[in-house]
Design a protein around this ligand. Structure first.
Ligand SMILES: *Cc1c(COP(=O)(O)O)cnc(C)c1O
Length: 477
């Protein structure tokens, strides 16, 4: 019997095909590729058919700038419902005072957060200094002072090589241009966050905003301690939980390790471990609410109705008990993968993991992160290279490979499969050596993989995946 999802997707593809067949082919091709590859990218996942189908609707057609019940466009009642339901689920799921579900991505959520804190703390002071209530009533010289004040605020986040994100104050992102920035790293010996060292750095720099959160740090963070450190200098604590929001939603990170009760403002993506549509979100306390709600038009374009609807569906899924089981399985799998790698002699940053990701330092295999990533890909293992603390190969070639378990856990793979995956990874890395440039010099990019390894490991990945079909309800043939 043909499933409802199969019927829906076949009809959708036929409609696309009639306009632009190359796009229909790419949609089909992506399903084939995703099904066949061993996906260990820590930031990716597989959203449910309900989430995917919600995105493909006419909710996309509506403009709805503003907030629920206060829009700059007419006819927004259904978008009001969508945004209200998504925000309600988000507040309940995370125990947050306020949820703003409009951000289009994680980067956008961070921009909303930065400008909200600047509005709350810098702009409000400028208004009071000028003795006016509204920015429109400020004189030209008041404005010049406010612009200068915006441009001289301090931000402190985790350094990139310790696992921080570009949006936490790095030059390629606007956060590294608009803020006077400094970062805190990890302990050179243990590679773990050293809270005393963070406190010392914060006392010295006195940032307006202290950012906690990461893309490549394999450990839990004590946010109660981070809040104490921020409070001591009057900094606002912002936590970017883009990577681990699913572990917070699934109650793996609770108490001091749950950012929501401790930070004034929390940002996230919705498509990583949270398993929703591509998008972002900001959670905050009541004091920041009015500023956060001005994210559009401050730094965001109009809210994307179909995506907010898909966020609501994903959050509803995450409130079910099964999601807590899923979140725990992500962490159990990461731990099993780490143990499997350690047992085979691999070096892991911090020596292990508390979350969904493992960072392998490939130096001991005599190769760069770039070579490791390409060799693994040749064997159908999809990962990404990543800097390790004090990386001798820099941010481009790197010395690390980041692997994560959210996607494969969604597919149903468990602890036994993780041990087999550890074996596959180790087998490939051990069989990889540096290649040479055309001129015969040692290359940081080119690699040589021993004969037959790519074929043998690829075959094993397909055998491993076979009992765990991806989107089993979708048959396009
Ligand atoms: C992925 C990530 C982002 C950016 O998310 P996008 O949706 O790609 O904009 C921001 N912060 C952290 C910590 C991330 O890991």
């Amino acid at each position: 019997m043909t499933s409802l999802e199969s019927t829906a997707y076949r009809a959708a593809l036929a409609a696309i095909e009639s306009v632009e067949p190359r796009i229909a082919d790419a949609v089909r091709g992506e399903l084939t590729d995703q099904r066949a590859s061993l996906k260990l990218i820590a930031s990716e996942n597989y959203a449910s058919p309900a989430v995917l189908l919600t995105m493909g609707t006419w909710l996309s057609d509506k403009y709805a700038e503003g907030v629920i019940g206060r829009r700059f466009y007419a006819g927004c009642r259904n978008i009001d419902t969508v945004e209200a339901v998504a925000a309600e689920h988000a507040r309940e799921l995370f125990g947050a005072q306020h949820a703003y579900v409009q951000p289009h991505s994680g980067i956008d959520a961070n921009l909303v957060a930065y400008w909200s804190v600047l509005a709350q703390r810098v702009q409000e002071k400028a208004l009071s200094d000028a003795g006016v209530k509204n920015v429109n009533d400020m004189s030209e010289s008041d404005w010049a002072q406010l612009r200068a004040a915006f441009g001289s605020q301090r931000l402190m986040g985790m350094s990139l090589d310790a696992g921080g994100h570009l949006t936490h104050g790095y030059r390629p992102n606007i956060s590294g241009k608009m803020f006077d920035q400094r970062s805190y790293g990890t302990d050179p010996q243990t590679q773990l966050l050293d809270y005393d060292a963070v406190a010392t750095a914060v006392r010295e720099f006195r940032p307006l905003i202290l950012v906690a959160g990461y893309s490549a740090y394999p450990r839990a963070i004590n946010f109660a301690t981070m809040r104490e450190i921020a409070d001591e200098v009057g900094a606002t604590l912002m936590v970017d939980m883009a990577h681990f929001a699913g572990l917070v939603a699934g109650k793996v990170f609770t108490g001091d390790f749950d950012p929501v009760p401790h930070a004034q403002i929390v940002t996230t993506t919705t498509h990583k471990s949270l398993r929703g549509p591509r998008g972002g979100m900001v959670l905050c306390t009541e004091e920041l609410r009015e500023h956060v709600d001005r994210g559009c038009p401050m730094v965001l374009g109009g809210p994307i109705g179909n995506i907010m609807a898909a966020k609501a569906v994903a959050f509803a899924e995450a409130r079910r008990p099964e999601f807590a089981t899923y979140a725990q399985a992500i962490v159990d799998n990461a731990r099993a993968l780490a143990e499997g790698l350690l047992r085979r002699g691999a070096t892991l940053v911090t020596g292990g993991t508390d979350n969904h990701l493992v960072l392998i330092d490939v130096t001991s295999y005599g190769i760069t992160g770039r070579q490791a990533e390409d060799a693994l890909l040749a064997a159908n293992i999809v990962t990404n290279r990543n800097a390790v603390p004090a990386d001798p190969n820099g941010a481009w070639f790197t010395s690390g490979v980041r692997v994560g378990t959210p996607a494969l856990t969604t597919r149903g793979l468990g602890v036994a499969e993780m041990d087999e995956i550890a074996d596959l990874i180790h087998t490939v890395l051990q069989a990889t050596s540096p290649g040479t440039t055309p001129a015969g010099a040692p290359s940081k990019a080119k690699f040589v993989l021993a004969d037959g390894v790519a074929e043998r490991v690829s075959a094993r990945t397909l055998d491993l995946l076979a009992p765990f079909p991806l989107y089993p309800s979708v048959d396009l043939t």
